[in-house]
Structure formats: structure tokens, C-alpha cells
Design a protein around this ligand. Structure first.
Ligand SMILES: Nc1nc2c(c(=O)[nH]1)N[C@H]1C(S)=C(S)[C@@H](COP(=O)(O)O)O[C@H]1N2
Ligand SMILES: [Mo]
Length: 340
């Protein structure tokens, strides 16, 4: 399912792979993770997950690996997803309109962006509002690595090793009330630091602060991630330091950067791109190869970092960016062409 880069799965789905080689691969991975000699291999969810991985191509267990430690999970993720987009691309080809609309503006103009001190507020329909300072962002929950495919609405994609924790963890800590139906997010508003907020031309016409939103069910899904780092380090400013949302089954614009406010709501909040161009960008923005953008096809994507800018590899785009077996049930009965 959610496997974007396929070296591992390709090996195991080809008919010329014998059961013995599958078995050896599994032994090798289990050994790499240091799980040999720990006793019964199938007694913990993590180990059962590993077993599933090799017995059923469709199973995705990366997010059930709670009993793996950080190093084990990193190793495991590499095996599932293959290698990530080169770090140099991930930090230099960005959308962050607060710093300008070209892909190279953020790395050029965000370097002096002050991310510490920082305050992230969790408020609205919650039992216990929270205000988290910079250090707390990194210490509140154990940090996990998640290698996710990331698909921009502009039909390019990368595979990025994020560091962070599930949004659900923080929402559970704050305790959402029974009135909650949606979650709204807001980026820092500081025109002195962000030239795009000062000047409509630089900022692409967005009405700042940049805002985003999810349904409560989407927000509570374990896939929905708050990232504080990538490639094992804190986030560079151009990628949304010190903390940004990552919603891997939705177009990239939902993954709002440099978040200062998470507000649990009793209704659907407005979102920046939808406000700017409602016929082009919907509230849901689920990756969908069958619903084209009015001005271009969404059937394929250019995988950044594979083959250079002009010869870059084009691959097929998958429904929900490949995460359909996890999040598809959230949209049962919803017309995805109308609710794009
Ligand atoms: N505040 C804010 N968040 C934002 C954006 C932005 O312009 N401002 N751009 C979005 C878009 S369109 C994309 S594709 C991703 C890009 O994330 P990356 O630069 O880390 O790859 O950030 C999203 N989050
Ligand atoms: Mo995007």
C-alpha cells in the first residue's frame, strides 16, 4: 500500500523470488533490528508487525512499531521505503510563501528566521489548553522517525525522513471536548521576519497568517504528524522550524509550517489556499490521481532528486498518496470528486 519507493516490495512481489529468499530477507531485517535472541519473535505487536510485513505485501506496519526504539524504527523504515530524497533537495526546493514564491526563496530568505524562543498554543475545544515552549516541543513525547512520501499539489514529490510525534498525542494530552469536530492550525504572523507577509506581491497574494485545517478524525489518525526535524536534525527554517504539520496523504499545502496555534473547533475552519482559489484547492486536498487540478493533471508526479531537474523520474500518483488502506475508511461514502 503506502509504499512509494519500492525496492523492498519489488523484491518480494516478483514471481522469481522464492519463499526461501523472502525468509532470508526477513531474518536479515530482524537481525539488523537487534530483535534476534529476544525470545519469542511473535509476542509483541512490533514483532508481529514485522512478520506481517513479509507475509502480506499490502500490510503496512510502520506505524504500529511502538516497541521499536528510535534506531530500530529508523532501520525498519529504510527497509520498507528505500532511501529518501537527498537531504540537499529537501532543504533547498521548498514552498514557504512567507519568504517568497520561488522554490529557492525559502532557503535564501529564511536563514535568520528566529525559532527560539517559540510558543505553540493548543486551545479551543479542549479540557486542558497547553502552551508549549521551544524546548518542550522536543521533550514532550518520545521522538519517532517517519519516512513519508510527500506530494505537492504542483505534481512533484519527495520521500522525507521526518522526526516528530503524532498530532493525536498532543490532542489527547489537551483532551478534546465532545463539541470538537475539526482542528485549525496557524503559522506565525511576523511581517518583520517574513517579507511575504509585508508585501502581497512577495507573498503570493495569500491573506496571512497562513491557516490550515483537518477534520477531527483526520487529526486523530496516527499518520498525522507534527514534525520537529528531518534527517535526524532539527528542522531548517525553510522547512517550517521549529514545528510543522505533516499530512502525507494530502497535498503538501495542508502541511502547514512554523505553527504557533492549534485550535480545536466545533466547525470547519477556513484554509489559506481554499480562500485564495476555492475552485482549485479544496478543504480535503486528498492526493487523488483521478481528480485533476483545473490547470494540470494529477495522474503522475515528478520525483525530486531522481535524475535531475529536467530528466526527473515521473511516477504514477496513488490515491491518498499510497496511504489509502490507513485513511481510506475516513472518507467512506464521501464523494471525493465533489469534496476534493
Ligand atoms: N506557512 C506555510 N506553510 C506551508 C506553505 C507555505 O507557503 N506557508 N507551503 C505548503 C506547500 S504548498 C508545501 S508543498 C509544503 C512544502 O514543504 P517543504 O518545503 O518542507 O517540502 O509546505 C506547505 N506549508
Ligand atoms: Mo505544495
Amino acid at each position: 500500500m503506502l509504499i512509494k519507493k519500492k525496492p523492498l516490495w519489488d523484491k518480494f512481489s516478483h514471481s522469481d523470488i522464492t519463499p526461501e529468499s523472502v525468509y532470508l530477507q526477513r531474518r536479515q531485517l530482524v537481525k539488523k533490528l537487534g530483535l534476534l535472541g529476544t525470545g519469542a519473535l511473535l509476542t509483541t505487536p512490533a514483532q508481529a508487525g514485522l512478520w506481517d510485513l513479509f507475509s502480506n505485501e499490502k500490510s503496512n506496519t510502520a506505524f504500529k512499531q511502538s516497541s521499536l526504539n528510535f534506531e530500530q524504527q529508523t532501520e525498519y523504515n529504510k527497509w520498507i521505503y528505500g532511501e529518501s530524497t537527498p537531504e540537499a533537495k529537501v532543504i533547498s526546493h521548498n514552498n514557504f510563501y512567507e519568504f517568497g514564491t520561488s522554490k529557492t526563496d525559502p532557503i535564501e530568505h529564511a536563514q535568520s528566521f528566529k525559532v527560539n524562543p517559540w510558543q505553540l498554543r493548543i486551545e479551543g475545544e479542549v479540557e486542558r489548553p497547553l502552551v508549549l515552549d521551544y524546548d518542550t516541543l522536543f521533550s514532550l513525547f518520545p521522538l519517532q522517525e517517519r519516512i513519508y512520501n510527500f506530494r505537492c499539489v504542483e505534481a512533484w514529490s519527495m520521500v522525507i525522513p521526518w522526526i516528530g510525534f503524532s498530532l493525536a498525542d498532543i490532542l489527547k494530552k489537551a483532551g478534546v471536548t465532545s463539541k470538537a469536530t475539526h482542528v485549525a492550525f496557524e503559522t506565525l504572523y511576523d511581517p518583520n521576519q517574513m517579507p511575504g507577509q509585508k508585501n502581497r506581491f512577495v507573498g503570493g497574494g495569500i491573506d496571512y497568517p497562513y491557516v490550515e485545517g483537518l477534520t477531527l478524525a483526520e487529526a486523530m489518525t496516527d499518520l498525522t504528524f507534527l514534525s520537529v526535524g528531518l534527517y535526524g536534525k532539527t528542522l531548517p527554517p525553510q522547512n517550517g522550524a521549529p514545528i510543522r504539520l505533516v499530512v502525507p496523504w494530502k497535498y503538501g499545502f495542508k502541511s502547514i509550517k512554523s505553527v504557533v496555534r492549534i485550535k480545536v473547533m466545533d466547525r470547519q475552519p477556513p484554509t489559506s489556499w481554499n480562500r485564495l482559489a476555492p475552485s482549485e484547492y479544496g478543504f480535503y486536498a486528498n492526493v487523488n490521481p483521478n481528480v485533476d487540478h483545473p490547470r494540470w493533471s494529477q495522474a503522475t508526479e515528478r520525483r525530486i532528486g531522481q535524475g535531475g531537474l529536467f530528466s526527473a523520474k515521473r511516477i504514477n500518483t496513488l490515491p491518498f498518496n499510497g496511504y489509502g488502506d490507513i485513511v481510506g475508511p475516513l472518507y467512506k461514502g464521501l464523494n471525493l470528486k465533489v469534496n476534493f
